[in-house]
Design a protein around this ligand. Structure first.
Ligand SMILES: Nc1ncnc2c1ncn2[C@@H]1O[C@H](COP(=O)(O)OP(=O)(O)OP(=O)(O)O)[C@@H](O)[C@H]1O
Length: 325
């Protein structure tokens, strides 16, 4: 049953090979009010065994990018190679090597949790006995053993998401893609899903996911591309991205009224209602300056908080804009 063997990790000249490569990827959707350029020329390179995040605010082009990487969306221009196969010319070869957990519920609603896993394994060519074994393995691995007889509507949001991930893994895909795996589930279940993904990564699984949650990306992804307006702003190890913010902290200051008319001089501020956010490496004297600027404008400074250098400060430094999920 070749489809259920653990795929070998491709190695080129002693170095782990790229398993996902996107070159000049672009997507323009036709729309009534004129074409929408969702992805405006993206290059990506993911190596075997990586835990890679496509991070960006809503509408940045993440889902479209993952759609093109997984053969579901046809690129307007550019190319995708998966494990050495061209996604446009060899889509079947590509689909055999990948699995996608999409944002929408893709489980079979007529079947129990266990049946979903068994039928999926059979679909990929497993014998009845192999399907039973694989289902048992996955139920145990994903903490769903006591839910094996449940229908999808009897599962919590987190259990359903874990089951969708388990179902995507029956054939042991070389690359697991996930589109917003923690969207719409409660905080506790979110951590649970990230834990599951962390364990998969530790076992050698290549994972590529999209997320708009900048804190979760910072905590869990090893390498990330920050996407905005259909372009990759930066792509690097998460720790390097944070370091590239140059020790910059994000200071949030809240006044007793709107700050839209306030003059902050040369301070690079992002205004939001009664608050401003400043990304700066020079915090000395900043509070006194903010108090004084407030007094000049007839505003009282109510609160100041400082967040350590993070992916969020890297985003602010890169774009001059606060990150809005
Ligand atoms: N089928 C479509 N037809 C027209 N425009 C589309 C289509 N799909 C996406 N778009 C537009 O393309 C842009 C990128 O959307 P995409 O869903 O790829 O972004 P995203 O980063 O995944 O955001 P979200 O997290 O909100 O889904 C958005 O402006 C969106 O409105």
């Amino acid at each position: 049953m070749a489809g259920l063997r653990t795929p070998a990790r491709p190695v080129v000249a002693g170095r782990t090979a790229s398993v996902v490569t996107a070159t000049g990827l672009r997507k323009v959707y036709p729309a009534k009010r004129g074409p929408v350029e969702a992805v405006a020329g993206i290059d990506l390179d993911v190596r075997a065994g990586e835990f890679f995040g496509l991070l960006g605010p809503n509408g940045a082009g993440k889902s479209t990018t993952i759609g093109m990487l997984t053969t579901l969306v046809r690129p307007t221009a550019g190319s995708v190679r998966i494990a050495g196969f061209d996604a446009a010319r060899e889509p079947v070869q590509v689909r055999r090597r990948i699995s996608l957990v999409s944002q929408t519920n893709s489980v079979d609603r007529e079947l129990t949790v266990e049946e979903n896993l068994r039928y999926r394994t059979r679909y990929w060519g497993g014998t009845r006995a192999a399907a039973r074994r694989r289902a048992d393995e996955l139920l145990e691995q994903f903490g769903l053993g006591d839910r094996r007889g449940a229908m999808f509507y009897q599962l919590s949001g987190g259990q359903l998401r874990r089951m969708m991930i388990a179902r995507a893994l029956v054939q042991r895909p070389e690359i697991l893609f996930l589109d917003e795996p923690t969207a719409g589930i409660d905080p506790h279940s979110r951590v649970n899903v990230w834990d599951v993904l962390g364990e998969l990564h530790a076992s050698g699984q290549t994972i590529v996911l999209t997320t708009h949650n900048i804190e979760e990306a910072e905590r869990f992804c090893r390498r990330a591309a920050i996407i905005d307006g259909g372009r990759v702003l930066v792509c690097d190890e998460v720790s390097s991205l944070i370091a590239s913010a140059g020790g910059v902290s994000v200071v949030t200051a809240t006044y007793d009224g709107p700050v839209s008319e306030m003059d902050f001089g040369a301070l690079p501020v992002v205004r939001d209602g009664a608050s401003i956010r400043v990304s700066t490496a020079a915090t000395d004297g900043l509070i006194a300056e903010l108090v004084s600027l407030g007094t000049t404008a007839g505003r009282r400074l109510l609160d100041v908080s400082t967040a350590r250098p993070s992916l969020e400060s890297a985003f602010l430094t890169l774009t001059g804009r606060a990150y809005r999920a």
